[in-house]
Design a protein around this ligand. Structure first.
Ligand code: MD3
Ligand code: FE
Length: 213
């Protein structure tokens, strides 16, 4: 697709994962939810619940709660145990598509059911600003919205369907974005419907080669 206005660095790869690959990834995610259950994240200060349920895979996970706000943590807030490892397919996808010299540290799992949505926001909790974000959509189609680096910039909507992969690098990495809603009944991948989004992020700045430990 053409670049989104000034949004250089946004790449949508429609259908990058075929149905068997989506099924394999779905099963890998499912298996890990036993050890790292989906939980309801809470907004900083107000403690208001988000409508999306979340968990994470990998060494670091993005979490939020009333008292401590947005941050990355090495363990699940409810179980206190380390996050499960990342599905191998996701690490392979990161290597194949990003060209980034270090592996991702966080795989945030967002689970949308019913009227779940995500307001316009910028992903700003990562020190590794130069690293792209890679997102994989599974299940029902989402109405995704992306704007520019200012909240007041014009936005445009597009659909993210099951198997679509999104790469956000360069200026797009700092763009406002969100999920307006999910279109029910648009996929048969998840038995009870809904949508899973997996986002891979580098959080810490990798050590430069040659830097003494
Ligand atoms: C554009 N997730 O977890 S994924 C998030 O579908 C998040 O669950 C949405 O926004 C979801 O923070 C959108 C696509 C995406 C991910 C990261 C981005 C778009 C992005 C970072 C910068 C700009
Ligand atoms: Fe985001």
């Amino acid at each position: 697709m053409k670049p989104l206005g000034d949004l250089e660095g946004f790449r949508l790869l429609p259908g990058r994962l075929d149905r068997p690959a989506q099924e394999a990834l779905r099963d890998d995610v499912w298996a890990r939810l036993k050890a790292a259950p989906l939980y309801i994240p809470r907004m900083p200060k107000s403690g208001a619940p988000m409508s999306v349920r979340m968990t994470n895979f990998g060494p670091l996970g993005w979490v939020t709660d009333k008292d401590h706000g947005y941050r990355y943590e090495p363990a699940h807030p409810d179980t206190g145990r380390p996050w499960p490892d990342m599905p191998a397919q996701l690490l392979e996808l990161w290597d194949a598509l990003t060209g980034y010299a270090a592996p991702p540290e966080a795989c945030l799992v967002n689970y949308y059911e019913g009227g779940a949505k995500m307001g316009l926001h910028v992903d700003a909790d990562e020190a590794a600003w130069d690293a792209p974000v890679l997102s994989v959509s599974l299940g029902d189609t989402a109405l995704f919205r992306i704007g520019g680096v200012l909240r007041s910039d014009p936005t445009r909507g597009l659909r993210l369907a099951s198997g679509d992969v999104c790469l956000l690098g360069g200026p797009a990495r700092r763009a406002f974005h969100g999920i307006d809603r999910i279109l029910p009944g648009t996929s048969t991948l998840l038995p009870k419907g809904g949508r899973i989004n997996l986002t891979l992020r580098r959080v810490t700045v990798p050590a430069s080669p040659g830097t003494p430990a």
